[in-house]
Each structure stands twice: as structure tokens, then as C-alpha cells.
Design a protein around this ligand. Structure first.
Ligand SMILES: *[C@@H]1O[C@H](CO)[C@@H](O)[C@H](O)[C@H]1NC(C)=O
Ligand SMILES: *[C@@H]1O[C@H](CO)[C@@H](O)[C@H](O)[C@H]1NC(C)=O
Ligand SMILES: *[C@@H]1O[C@H](CO)[C@@H](O)[C@H](O)[C@H]1NC(C)=O
Length: 426
């Protein structure tokens, strides 16, 4: 997949922006970071995204799966929830009342605040104690006022950081080896975005840059988002679209507000051809919460309700055929697979149909090239990287990791809007 020249063009644009931004450098402060950064890698076996957080005064690094829409972060602790790294939260504590608001139902067991921890990969949930402890985190880079270079400040700690603690091994099922729990980035006051912004008093925003390998990131706080050592600034011009709220919870046990991020996909175009679909499926039904389009880092590929999937796939096949791209036998879980030796190769990659998700005000989310639309399966075979979500899918379109990768996605919770960049790699 040749994609060098497009990336290097972007890189020079970004470097230009970076150099320009020296002039409005902020004073360097170690005690109040302007933001935080966490590396994210994609686990090759499960295709889930994993990050690491240091817990306790001894800074024990713990791996967690990133759950973009989740309400409550949780850790599995076989030996109980009262440890040297964290301890149970009292029912009368402010954290417990926060949990009551954003992660109900909350119970009081033996004066310990208790709630549900969920793994939506296996669709399981279990009781967890609310615990809190010290977390040590790396601030996003700041400009050193003496040298004018981007440097990472000293690590900072948040005290009494709340998360769930569960003791049944079942909740780790389906997660990558070595992972001890999940961190939640959803719209809940217990999520990482809310907790970090409360602890360090920066805006309740975060940005996700997923990659197919080890060089993904999640940034908390505001831009600029600088990638360590390379000076890469992940902030080309963003397009914005409103984030919608589903009034009904996704999980059947939950009585708390929905914490998923939805966008308002109005239609889908492939090389300018509009995919004919039942528009009612694209909006969220206010009574039962069914329908609409949301993001999920737990789904490796975008899943579409069956009728949308069929219409989408058949238009894609037609447009590919018009470009002289021939089909080959399907490779599960995909249906439309193509012979890449029949694709036109250009310096920036293969020439394939462009997919547009059309958003309000005719803002378009573009998937150009193979990076977000096709999945390399084996020599000369690429498949359209979307899957059938079933005819009774609760959410009509669930945008998964493959379609989010290489784009900077900024989730601005107070303004309820999503900023997205064009793909940095195609
Ligand atoms: C409540 O705490 C007591 C004393 O720590 C313990 O013996 C008991 O098993 C606990 N009960 C439950 C339901 O956890
Ligand atoms: C800061 O935290 C990061 C990530 O946890 C770690 O890799 C790094 O070594 C830490 N830096 C210091 C100076 O402790
Ligand atoms: C792919 O296309 C090339 C060139 O047209 C052809 O030689 C090859 O047999 C095709 N492979 C498959 C699996 O169809």
C-alpha cells in the first residue's frame, strides 16, 4: 500500500502549522498540564485498542481496552477490591453520588458503593465495587519557553480517581491477553474524559487517533495534539458535526443516560451515487432508542443493519466494476472482495470508489483510498471492510475501528460536537 507522498504532504503542512504555532506559545506549567496523552495500540489478535495507565503510588502499569462509549472504567482484581493500589469508595462520598447520577443503578453493599461493570464485546455485566486510587499520567507536550521546542513535562498524578473493581474472571473474556479491564471514554461523569478534566481543570474534550498498529493516541484536553519526539501535530483543519444523544440506554440493565456518541448520518454516497435506503433507520427512535449511527472502538469494522448493508455493498460493487475492479470469492466476515491486481495504482495508493457519509449541512465524512474502506486479506485480495449487523440491529450503523483509523476525531462534550480530520493515510 503506497501512501507515502500523501502522508508526507500532510506532514509538511502540519510542520508548517507547528512552526507557526511557536509564536503563540503558552507558559510552561508542570502542576496544571494543558492536556494528557496516552499511547494506544491495536491488539492484532482481537483488533481491540489497548492503552496503559499507571496505578497507585508505586505506578504499576496496567493495560486496559479502550471503550469509546463506555460509562464506567473497571479493573478486574481477583484478590478483592481493597488493595495497595486502590480502595473501596464509601456510599456517602461525592464519587458515589456522581456514580448515582451517571451510572445508575448504584447499590450500597456493606457501606461500599457498588455498580455494574460491563464488557460489551461479550455483552456481559457484573457487580463491581466503586474504588478510587492514585493514577499517574503523562501530560501532552508543551513548548519549552527557553528552547521553543515541544517537550513532555513531568508526569502528573490525580488522586482519588474512581473506577469499578470486579472480582469475577468472566468479565475479562474476549479481551486481549495481559489486559486487566476497560477504560471508558463515554459521556458520563465517571468516564476518563470527565474525570481527567475535573482533576486537572482542562476542557472536557478528547481526541482519538487510531492506527492499525502501535502508533495510536488518545489526548485529553484541548489541541494542539503533538506526537512525541516526531513533532507531528495532529490537527489539520477539522470539519465539525453535531454529536447526538440517544435518550435510551444501550445496556438493558442501565437506568442511566446513554453515554454513546452518535452522529446524524443523512445519507451515504459511493463515488457520488446515493445508496437507496430506508431513511427511518438513520434516525434515533426517541421511544426505544433504536436506529441512528454511533461510534464504537469495540467493533473492528463498521456494522450496518442488513438492508443498509445490502444496498451499500451492491452500490460499492457496481462502482468498483465501473472502475474495472474485478471481484473474487468472499472472505468472511466480508462479502465484497476484490482482486487488487485489477486496481489502478497511484502514488498515494490504489484508486478505489470513495465513500461519503453525508452529515447535516452537507458536511461529508470521506473515505478515500483503501485505508478506511478496504481491508487487506491476503495477496491481491482486499475486501470491503464493513459487516452485516443483522436485520434487528439496535443501532443501524455502528462505525468501527477500521473506519475511524488515521483520522483525528475530537470529541467535544460541552459543545456536543465532533471534529474530524481527513484521513492522514489512505
Ligand atoms: C460485610 O463486611 C463484613 C466485615 O468486613 C464481612 O464479614 C461481610 O462478609 C461483608 N458482607 C458482604 C455482603 O460483603
Ligand atoms: C511518564 O509516564 C509515561 C507513561 O505512563 C512513562 O512511559 C514515562 O516513563 C513516565 N515518565 C517519567 C519521567 O516517569
Ligand atoms: C487477479 O487479476 C490478475 C490480473 O488480471 C489475474 O492474473 C489473476 O488471476 C486474478 N486473481 C484472481 C484470484 O482472480
Amino acid at each position: 500500500m503506497a501512501s507515502c507522498s500523501f502522508s508526507s504532504l500532510l506532514l509538511s503542512v502540519l510542520l508548517f502549522l507547528l512552526l507557526r504555532s511557536f509564536s503563540n506559545a503558552q507558559p510552561f506549567s508542570s502542576s496544571r498540564p494543558r492536556g494528557l496523552v496516552f499511547p494506544v495500540h491495536k491488539d492484532p489478535a482481537t483488533l481491540q485498542y489497548v492503552t496503559q495507565i499507571s496505578l497507585g503510588a508505586t505506578k504499576v502499569p496496567v493495560n486496559f481496552v479502550v471503550d469509546l462509549g463506555g460509562k464506567v472504567s473497571w479493573i478486574h482484581s481477583k484478590g478483592g477490591c481493597s488493595t495497595s493500589l486502590y480502595s473501596p469508595v464509601d456510599c456517602k462520598s461525592p464519587q458515589c453520588s456522581l456514580a448515582t447520577k451517571s451510572a445508575s443503578p448504584v447499590f450500597c453493599v456493606n457501606n461500599t458503593c457498588s455498580l455494574y461493570a460491563a464488557n460489551l464485546i461479550t455483552h456481559s455485566a457484573t457487580n463491581a465495587d466503586l474504588v478510587s486510587g492514585v493514577v499517574t499520567v503523562q501530560p501532552s507536550d508543551v513548548i519549552d519557553p527557553t528552547t521553543g521546542e515541544w517537550i513532555s513535562g513531568p508526569n502528573v498524578t490525580a488522586l482519588k480517581f474512581p473506577f469499578g473493581c470486579e472480582t469475577t474472571i468472566g468479565l475479562l473474556e474476549g479481551l486481549p491477553k495481559g489486559v486487566k479491564g476497560m477504560v471508558s471514554l463515554g459521556r458520563s461523569s465517571l468516564s476518563l474524559a470527565s474525570q481527567f478534566s475535573a482533576a486537572f481543570r482542562f476542557p472536557r474534550k478528547f481526541a482519538l487517533y487510531l492506527s492499525s498498529a502501535d502508533n495510536g493516541f488518545v489526548f485529553f484536553g484541548d489541541a494542539p495534539y503533538i506526537i512525541q519526539h516526531s513533532g507531528w501535530q495532529l490537527m489539520s483543519s477539522l470539519s465539525y458535526t453535531p454529536l447526538l444523544l440517544n435518550p435510551m440506554a444501550t445496556e438493558s440493565w442501565s437506568t442511566a443516560p446513554n453515554s454513546d456518541y452518535y452522529i446524524d448520518v443523512k445519507s451515504i454516497e459511493i463515488d457520488g451515487e446515493v445508496v437507496r435506503l430506508n431513511k427511518a433507520l438513520l434516525s434515533i427512535n426517541k421511544k426505544d432508542g433504536v436506529g441512528g449511527t454511533r461510534f464504537s472502538t469495540l467493533d473492528p469494522y463498521t456494522a450496518m443493519q442488513t438492508s443498509i448493508y445490502k444496498a451499500f455493498t451492491s452500490v460499492y460493487i457496481k462502482r468498483a466494476k465501473a472502475m474495472g475492479i474485478s471481484r473474487v470469492a468472499s472472505v468472511a466476515p466480508f462479502t465484497a472482495c476484490f482482486n487488487s491486481s485489477t486496481m489502478t495504482q497511484r502514488p498515494e495508493g490504489y484508486l478505489v470508489p470513495t465513500i461519503n457519509l453525508v452529515l447535516p449541512k452537507n458536511v461529508k465524512w470521506q473515505m478515500i483510498g483503501t485505508g478506511n474502506s478496504l481491508v487487506y486479506v491476503r495477496d491481491n485480495v482486499f475486501c470491503l471492510g464493513f459487516v452485516d449487523g443483522g436485520s434487528t440491529a439496535r443501532t443501524s450503523i455502528v462505525i468501527g475501528g477500521h473506519q475511524m483509523q488515521y483520522n483525528v476525531l475530537q470529541f467535544d462534550i460541552p459543545r456536543s460536537r465532533l471534529g474530524f480530520s481527513p484521513p492522514m493515510q489512505v
